[in-house]
Design a protein. Structure first.
Length: 61
């Protein structure tokens, strides 16, 4: 499945949540989608837990 199709499905899900559930449901769906995205990247091996905790200046390597 292409990235464009996944983005369209996510946008439709957010639209339905916003329309039928209000702004709170919209935020909940968006937050859970972000958590699912990060979890998926971890499972695919694209991210490592240390990526979130390393300093940006490059020291400590």
């Amino acid at each position: 499945m292409s990235t464009a199709v996944v983005g369209m499905i996510a946008g439709m899900a957010l639209g339905f949540a916003g329309y039928f559930g209000g702004f709170g449901a919209f935020l909940l769906v968006a937050a859970l989608g972000a958590v699912g995205f990060v979890a998926g990247r971890f499972l695919e091996g694209d991210l490592e837990p240390g990526d979130f905790f390393r300093p940006r200046d490059g020291r400590g390597r």
